[in-house]
Design a protein around this ligand. Structure first.
Ligand SMILES: CC(C)(COP(=O)(O)OP(=O)(O)OC[C@H]1O[C@@H](n2cnc3c(N)ncnc32)[C@H](O)[C@@H]1OP(=O)(O)O)[C@@H](O)C(=O)NCCC(=O)NCCS
Length: 146
């Protein structure tokens, strides 16, 4: 397994299959994908991209920290889940986030994925809420210390 930085366009196939199935591929282009401070990470098995995550310099006013990163588009292909790939992507992301003078990472977590986020150190904030066409979510955050 190899983890490296990828381009926004590289994420689209996995985003589409895992997060936006049945919707137009254009829905897999997220706001800020090509911003300077945005970065995208991918995990490769036998040269094939199988897990992706994207990180945006984006403040959520729920949190006081002036500089924050947002995690979006976290997904691993079904045959490669539960092998620690998403955890590895996050491990690579934390020092990059720190280098960018941010110590808080937040996300809108699908309710079915909350257990995963808790395992990798995120905490829930507030009540469950609905994102139209996507479903129930919780706001979650993690203090990035390393
Ligand atoms: C959620 C998802 C990204 C996790 O990816 P993954 O590569 O399988 O995650 P990892 O293997 O790194 O998991 C880390 C730990 O969380 C556990 N875990 C993974 N998914 C879980 C879930 N849905 N609920 C509870 N625990 C979960 C793993 O078993 C592992 O536990 P361990 O440390 O005890 O071994 C993946 O299941 C996925 O793509 N789901 C569909 C898309 C999705 O919902 N993405 C999140 C959008 S907010």
């Amino acid at each position: 397994m190899k983890v490296k930085q990828i381009n926004a366009g590289d994420t689209h196939e996995i985003r589409h299959k895992m997060l936006r199935e049945g919707f137009p591929i254009e829905d897999c282009i997220f706001k800020g994908d090509d911003d300077d401070q945005t970065f995208h990470l991918g995990a490769f098995e036998d040269g094939k991209l199988v897990s992706v995550a994207s990180f945006y310099f984006d403040k959520n006013d729920t949190f006081d920290e002036p500089n924050q990163y947002r995690l979006r588009g976290m997904a691993t292909l079904p045959d490669h889940q539960h092998k620690g790939l998403s955890r590895e992507l996050l491990k690579m992301a934390f020092p990059i986030i720190k280098q960018n003078f941010c110590s808080l990472l937040w996300c809108n977590a699908r309710s079915e994925a909350v257990g995963f986020y808790q395992k990798v150190g995120f905490e829930k904030v507030g009540e469950e809420f609905d994102i139209p066409t996507v479903g129930p979510h919780f706001l979650m955050f993690k203090n990035v210390t390393t």
